[in-house]
Design a protein around this ligand. Structure first.
Ligand SMILES: Nc1nc2c(c(=O)[nH]1)N[C@H]1C(S)=C(S)[C@@H](COP(=O)(O)O)O[C@H]1N2
Ligand SMILES: [Mo]
Length: 483
């Protein structure tokens, strides 16, 4: 009989060896391959709760779950009788690991990187087998070594990402007609969100365990399918074209009231309409399927792309996109939630006659792109007990692509009062607002609502993000004191 300690140590040594080797060889990560399986197969209620409660910490949590599960399985394995059953179970675990790595084939990883990942997994398996037959008293030290190797592998990945970004985003992008510097007159307002969301604070949401690091020299954008003149562009060719700048909010459909799972930025990109004219879609083409290097797909109806401004985006804040935000290119239609707006790490634009099986479709999300709901957010005061009395409240509101016409504030269920609006950068961008307050000491609720240009009023009905975006009013409850 082995011990559970030996089994757990074997699992950690196996995973650590595979992970560190794969990182050193810049091959697909075995732990992330397992993590992606969790992401891809997670039932909707679990996914929705993960997003709600873990927010941006979902990927590290999934990674930790994978390692914990592996260690637990190793511990069980360690207690099995030596010889056949255990060896069979260990072999099965190794095969499953290899299958997981191979499952990601075609998902950004080329054959060589795939082979290296398999090699790393095989060496990891060997290391696990050796650990299993080491004396039980060695188990704690070996487990520690395995854990350290894992940490080293993860750290190497983070460094590779940082290097990739530093190399790619150092150069500015050349734009024919740059927009004037972003200013809305609210520069001195206290407590309100910045007009442009700093890149490091801009939310990141996707199903990739880590962003693919795309080599711009090897990258191609293929525009093909139901069209007369398919086109292939290199990164350099995309940058040589007439790039334009535009200001817009990008919002995740999971952005809840008061959350910051959205950001406002100045984007650089190619108008999609011009690109489409160039490839001459057949009259029968009705959809534009956007495909990422990792195989993720999202489809835009062609009439939407023709009706609304849509872009192949290459830059954010005047710099090339970071890996996390989709380097080298992504599709963005301002006014449509992120999940429907187009793929990051774009590599294919396919004109299609029939609806496509998009990533989110089998998970119950609507087929039609969901428009962003007009929404107001209160940035200040923050909920809770305040010393003294807040001199005013302020925040941001968005209603892309039409623009914000009005923001109103209601205190303690009183009448709605119009807030002062800062300048409008662009209809698709967010707009800052403020209102002075004169509240007596005590408990108060502040609510905000937005009216879009054209009259659409923010919906008062509280709804969860699934399936068409959160609604209701952002409500902040504060307790003020006599100074
Ligand atoms: N390739 C790819 N593109 C994607 C996604 C993804 O999972 N994979 N997620 C979409 C979703 S749900 C959102 S909200 C936006 C987020 O973009 P950001 O991470 O740059 O904020 O990207 C979209 N594009
Ligand atoms: Mo999203």
């Amino acid at each position: 009989m082995g011990t559970w300690r030996q089994g757990a140590a074997a699992a950690l040594v196996g995973a650590g060896t595979a992970e560190a080797l794969a990182a050193a060889w810049q091959a697909a990560s075995p732990v992330d391959a397992a993590g992606r399986l969790v992401v891809d197969t997670g039932p909707m209620p679990v996914v929705e709760r993960t997003v709600k409660y873990l927010r941006g910490a979902d990927k590290p949590a999934i990674r930790a779950t994978v390692v914990a599960t592996l260690t637990g399985a190793g511990a069980l394995l360690g207690r099995m009788p030596r010889r056949l059953p255990r060896d069979l179970a260990a072999a099965a675990a190794g095969t499953a690991g290899a299958a997981l790595v191979l499952r990601r084939k075609g998902a950004g990883a080329d054959c060589r990187s795939q082979a290296r990942a398999l090699g790393a997994t095989a060496v990891g398996g060997l290391a696990a087998a050796l650990t299993l037959s080491a004396p039980a008293r060695r188990a704690p030290a070996l487990a520690l070594a395995g854990g350290t190797a894992l940490a080293v592998g993860f750290r190497a990945r983070r460094q590779q990402l940082a290097r990739h970004d530093a190399d790619r985003t150092a150069v500015g992008l050349r734009v024919a007609c740059p927009l004037p510097p972003p200013r809305d007159g609210a520069e001195s307002w206290a407590g309100v969100s910045p007009l442009m969301t700093p890149a490091e604070d801009f939310y990141v949401t996707d199903v990739a365990m880590r962003p693919p690091l795309v080599d711009p020299d090897a990258w191609r954008l293929d525009v093909n399918g139901a069209c007369a003149a398919p086109l292939q562009l290199s990164y350099a060719q995309v940058l040589e074209r007439d790039l334009v700048e535009f200001d817009a909010v990008l919002s995740c459909i999971h952005n809840r009231l008061g959350w910051n799972r959205l950001g406002n930025q100045r984007w650089t990109g190619l108008p999609l309409r011009a690109l489409l004219d160039e490839v001459a879609p057949h009259n029968t083409a009705r959809f534009l399927v956007t495909r990422a290097v990792d195989g993720w797909e999202c489809t835009l109806p062609l009439d939407l792309v023709r009706r609304q401004d849509a872009y192949v985006v290459v830059g954010m804040g005047g710099r090339p996109l970071s890996a996390a935000h989709g380097f080298p290119a992504r599709v963005f239609v301002p006014g449509v939630y992120g999940q429907f707006t187009g793929a990051k790490w774009l590599t294919g634009l396919r004109l299609a006659e029939h609806p496509n099986q998009d990533y989110w479709l089998p998970r119950g999300w609507p087929r039609e792109p969901v428009p962003v709901r007009p929404t107001a957010r209160i940035d200040t005061p923050a909920a809770g007990r305040l010393p003294g009395r807040p001199p005013g409240c302020a925040g941001v509101a968005w209603a892309p692509p039409h623009g914000v016409e009005a923001v109103e504030i209601r205190i303690d269920d009183g009448p709605w009062q119009p807030a002062e609006l800062a300048g409008e950068l662009a209809p698709a961008a967010w707009r800052r607002w403020r209102l002075p307050l004169a509240l007596p000491p005590g408990r108060h609720t502040i609510q905000a609502r937005c009216t879009a240009r054209g009259g659409e009023l923010q919906s008062p009905v509280p709804r969860a993000p699934f399936p068409t975006g959160a609604s209701g009013y952002h409500t902040v409850t504060i307790t003020t004191t006599a100074r």
